[in-house]
Design a binder for this molecule. Sequence first.
Ligand SMILES: Cc1cc2nc3c(=O)[nH]c(=O)nc-3n(C[C@H](O)[C@H](O)[C@H](O)COP(=O)(O)O)c2cc1C
Length: 206
Amino acid sequence: MAQPYVLVLYYSRHGKTEAMARHIARGVERISGMEARLRTVPAVSADCEASAATIPDSGALYCSSDDLKHCAGLILGSPVRFGNMAAPLKYFLDSTSPLWLTGALIDKPAGVFTSSSSLHGGQETTLMSMALPLLHHGMVFAGIPYSEAGLLQTQSGGTPYGASHWSGNNNQNALSEAETNLCQAQGERVARLAEALTSLNDGVPK
Ligand SMILES: Cc1cc2nc3c(=O)[nH]c(=O)nc-3n(C[C@H](O)[C@H](O)[C@H](O)COP(=O)(O)O)c2cc1C
């Protein structure tokens, strides 16, 4: 049987959300037997003639429908864009109707994470905007519980809705210790839930 994996799917233009994704993947792989699969999505263009290469120049591969279909859990990340998720991620999610029609993601755990340049510039609304389609897919939404000390200690990002990072005006801020710990804790939590729900869902047709 193929090794179960948590899909860490993100869009990142300046590398901040990507840096978070790598810490989340580390957290996932703290759970023995669970793999983290990092995937991204291509940029979208208003130019209808434009097309991106099928394989990105560097970094994570583009996510396929099968990557999503067969995941044991999903953690979705986007920079804040006017208080909402970035268009490339929304564009990808809008292509997932076939998975919705077959209920492929029902009862799988899911979490969300984000990065923004201003501290009160829409992290929580962005996190919730990403939660909505996951709930429509029937996923089991998991945030970060307050048993994680970083939630009370953080002077920057970190929310009970999902991990977040305050990148600063010019994306000059490095991930703080609390932000990093919360990313890893979120990855570990979703992986633990994925393991538990996989055995619960075994044999349930999708
Ligand atoms: C079109 C656009 C809209 C943005 N809107 C917001 C916003 O509403 N609030 C905010 O704090 N930052 C906003 N930002 C800044 C990004 O969220 C921030 O730079 C983020 O850390 C970038 O993440 P990345 O490095 O993964 O691309 C916006 C950036 C762009 C390009």
